[in-house]
Design a protein around this ligand. Structure first.
Ligand SMILES: [Zn+2]
Length: 239
C-alpha cells in the first residue's frame, strides 16, 4: 500500500496530539458514566467466531473484537436516534485508526478510509467513546472519515464522505428508522467543544445531508433484508 508510510506518520501524530477533543474519537473522561469503566474487563466468550458487522450491502471490515480488547468501548446498548460524522485529523487506514484507539481511550462505530471502504469497530447500538458527551455517545452512531489533507483545511476525499453519507443513509433506514435531516445528522462539534469534522466538512454539509437522504430513500424502498414480500407502498413509514 503506497499510503502506508503516510498513515504511520499520522498515527504517530494522532497518538501524540495533546488536544484529544479532535479525532479520531475523543476521550473526555469526566463525561463518561461510571459504567464505562466497569464492564470493560468482562470477556465475551472467547472463540473463533468474530462479532458480526452490520449486514451492509458492501464489504465491512471487522475490527469489533480487536477494539473491544482495548476496553475503550462500553458494552451497553441504547436506542440510536442520530448519526455523527467525524474526521480522523489524519490520513489514517482502518488499522491506523485501531492503533490510535489502542493507545488513546477513544472509539467510534465506523471508519471510512481514503478509498471509501468501511470498517466497523463498535456494535451499532453500543456506547462508543466518541463525541465527548454522554447523551451523544448513548444516542448517536459515530462514523469516522479519513482526511485527504491536514491542517488548516482538513479536506476529506469525495470517495470518503460520499461513502460515509451512504453508510449513514443505511443506518437511518435500518437502525434508526428516521429520514436524515438537520436535526439528526450531526458533526462531532454539535456535542462538545471541538472543530471536528473540520472546516471542509462544515462547508459541504448540505451536500452530505442530500447524499445521506438519497441513500436512505434507496434503502428504505428496497428493504432487501427485512421486507421480501412487502406491499408496493410501505405503510409504516415514519415522518
Ligand atoms: Zn470527532
Amino acid at each position: 500500500m503506497p499510503e502506508k508510510n503516510v498513515a504511520d506518520e499520522d498515527v504517530k501524530a494522532a497518538i501524540e496530539r495533546t488536544d484529544t477533543g479532535d479525532g479520531p474519537g475523543t476521550h473526555n473522561l469526566d463525561d463518561l458514566p461510571e459504567s464505562d469503566f466497569a464492564g470493560s474487563a468482562e470477556d465475551d466468550a472467547a472463540g473463533p467466531q468474530a462479532t458480526a458487522t452490520i449486514p451492509y450491502d458492501r464489504p465491512v471490515e471487522d475490527f469489533i473484537d480487536e477494539l473491544s480488547a482495548t476496553g475503550h468501548v462500553t458494552h451497553t446498548s441504547y436506542m440510536k436516534t442520530s448519526v455523527t460524522l467525524h474526521h480522523n485529523a489524519g490520513r489514517l487506514s482502518h488499522q491506523g485508526v485501531l492503533d490510535v484507539w489502542t493507545v488513546r481511550p477513544a472509539s467510534a462505530h465506523f471508519d471510512v478510509d481514503a478509498a471509501g471502504d468501511v470498517a466497523q469497530y463498535v456494535k451499532v447500538h453500543e456506547y462508543a467513546w466518541a463525541v465527548g458527551n454522554t447523551v451523544g455517545n448513548q444516542s448517536s452512531i459515530s462514523i469516522e472519515m479519513a482526511n485527504a489533507t491536514l491542517a488548516p483545511h482538513w479536506t476529506v476525499a469525495e470517495s470518503t464522505w460520499k461513502n460515509a453519507a451512504r453508510l449513514a443513509g443505511w443506518l437511518f433506514a435500518e437502525v434508526i428508522g428516521e429520514r436524515p435531516s438537520r436535526s439528526n445528522l450531526f458533526y462531532h462539534h454539535k456535542w462538545s467543544a471541538t472543530l471536528c469534522a473540520g472546516p471542509y466538512m462544515d462547508r459541504i454539509y448540505d451536500e452530505v445531508l442530500a447524499a445521506a437522504q438519497v441513500a436512505y430513500d434507496y434503502f428504505k424502498d428496497t428493504h432487501p433484508t427485512f421486507r421480501p414480500d412487502a406491499e408496493p407502498v410501505p405503510n409504516e413509514r415514519r415522518r
